[in-house]
Ligand binder design. Structure first.
Ligand code: TRP
Length: 454
């Protein structure tokens, strides 16, 4: 191997980096609006069950595969099994990382663009939902605007990954995650102290069980997966920089708690403000870029809070994007003997280029459709609805049935002896969930998301 494998400087650094991967657009943009559309508290309750019974077990499995093999996803499967099929499963993960990053960065770029809009005070020119929506459409119709910020976001991502696991990702996460947390707390305080905030809290916390359908359960499950960055080896790659003295189940639990906490806080910050300013909570994906700018123009101090909010969104996206790029980089470093610097420069650039048609899907290429969907939608669908569930399914199957739980447990015990002695029941449930529940549930979500079951 060209370079000695890097490791995290501390377990805390790993937790922040992994939580940074998990906490992203999924928490701050997607979670609030799907919770809003699917019955508020009732949905949150189901989501928490999915996180605990499927998200956490698979997260532990991924980190474990990484730590045991000290490799990227392709190398990890290769080392433990070596059959071409399993190497290919690792390859699907690397491919998914490459694809997700390409379009994730486009949305993250809008977020940087919106920091600039907020600083310029532009939102005050569009004080109602209709005109704010038109303003958003006008911005994304401008190809240079979208590609420019997509490129800027890419450069930021590449800089962090360029400096390595400890000097780049860990150091960056140790700065960005606390800032993110502080900003979110400020926004929550602003939200709950607005007049009329209680309506937002009621919306979020009063369960409306009538809205829970089998479809909302599947949405909760799919999101539990996406929000924890599972199914493609991102957590495996981060786990591969861990050492044997770290307690994986405890670390995974901390990551899950942080991720869930941030999603819930984002929901509180957003819905208190949306209700206090009498805006429509159920607009779906447009909530952040079409509705919130109006919300900020109507609240005291909104100028500043708008800047903070889009900064928060950008930081969350950045710490996720670096984990996606790291998967691709780790593959080229481990398997192709490239240097990290070369992998970052070459694949950063190629992934940026793959993102360009996604960026153009909102303007120049808006009319070019494949099965009635733009390039952006196709990439999103391919990654989120196909590659991730397929990857997650095979990761569970691999650990539980191919590599085998007996071997897995020997590895899991390293760094967690106490847990095994005092809470053997937890380990037993982990085995059961991974062996039966997660593969079956993931398969159901997959069949549903590609339309084979309704
Ligand atoms: N978890 C991130 C979010 O909530 C998205 C993400 C980052 C991701 N890395 C991933 C999703 C890997 C799946 C796989 O926004």
């Amino acid at each position: 191997m060209a370079e000695k494998r890097e490791h995290w400087g501390s377990k805390f650094g790993f937790i922040l980096a992994a939580a940074g991967s998990a906490i992203g657009l999924g928490n701050i943009w997607k979670f609030p609006y799907i919770a809003g559309e699917n019955g508020g508290a009732a949905f949150v309750f189901i989501y928490l069950i999915c996180i605990a019974m499927i998200g956490l077990p698979v997260l532990i499995a991924e980190i474990l595969l990484g730590r045991t093999t000290q490799r990227n996803p392709v190398g990890a499967f290769n080392k433990l099994n070596g059959r071409p099929f399993w190497t290919m499963v690792g390859g699907i993960g690397v491919l998914a990382g490459f694809i997700i990053l390409s379009f994730y960065s486009v949305v993250a770029g809008w977020s940087i663009g919106y920091i600039v809009e907020a600083v310029k005070g532009t939102f005050y020119n569009y004080p109602d939902a209709a005109s704010a929506g038109e303003h958003f459409d006008a911005l994304v119709h401008n190809a240079w605007w979208v590609i420019g910020y997509h490129g800027l976001f890419f450069i930021l991502t590449m800089i962090v990954v360029y400096f390595g696991v400890k000097g780049g990702i860990e150091r960056g996460s140790k700065i960005m995650m606390p800032v993110l947390f502080v900003i979110l707390i400020i926004l929550v305080i602003r939200g709950v102290t607005l007049e009329g905030a209680d309506k937002g809290l009621t919306f979020l916390w009063n369960p409306d069980w009538s809205k829970i359908t089998s479809q909302s359960v599947l949405i909760a499950l799919g999101h539990a997966f996406f929000t924890l960055s599972l199914g493609m080896g991102a957590m495996m790659t981060y786990g591969s920089y861990l050492s044997e003295k770290d307690n994986i189940p405890a670390a995974a639990l901390e990551i899950v708690i942080l991720d869930t906490l941030i999603a819930l806080l984002a929901g509180v910050a957003i819905f208190t403000a949306v209700f206090a300013t009498a805006q429509d909570p159920a607009v779906g994906p447009g909530l952040i870029f079409r509705t919130l700018p109006v919300v900020f123009t109507k609240m005291p101090g909104g100028f500043l809070f708008a800047i903070l909010f889009f900064l928060l969104l950008t930081l969350a996206a950045l710490t996720s994007a670096i984990s996606l790029l790291e998967v691709v980089v780790a593959f080229f470093v481990d398997e192709m003997n490239w240097t990290r610097h070369r992998a970052v420069l070459v694949f950063g650039f190629i992934t940026f280029l793959l993102g360009v048609p996604s960026a153009l899907s909102f303007n120049l290429l808006a009319d070019y459709k494949l099965f009635d969907h733009t390039f952006f939608d196709v990439m999103d669908f391919l990654a989120s609805n196909i590659l991730l569930p397929v990857g997650g399914f095979f990761i569970s199957i691999f650990v539980a049935w191919v590599w085998g739980l007996d071997r897995a447990v020997v590895e899991l015990k390293k760094g967690a002896v106490n847990l095994f002695e005092k809470h053997a029941g937890i380990i037993r449930s982990w085995k059961w969930f991974l062996k039966y529940l997660s593969p079956v549930m993931i398969l159901i979500v997959f069949l549903y998301s590609i339309g084979l079951i309704k």
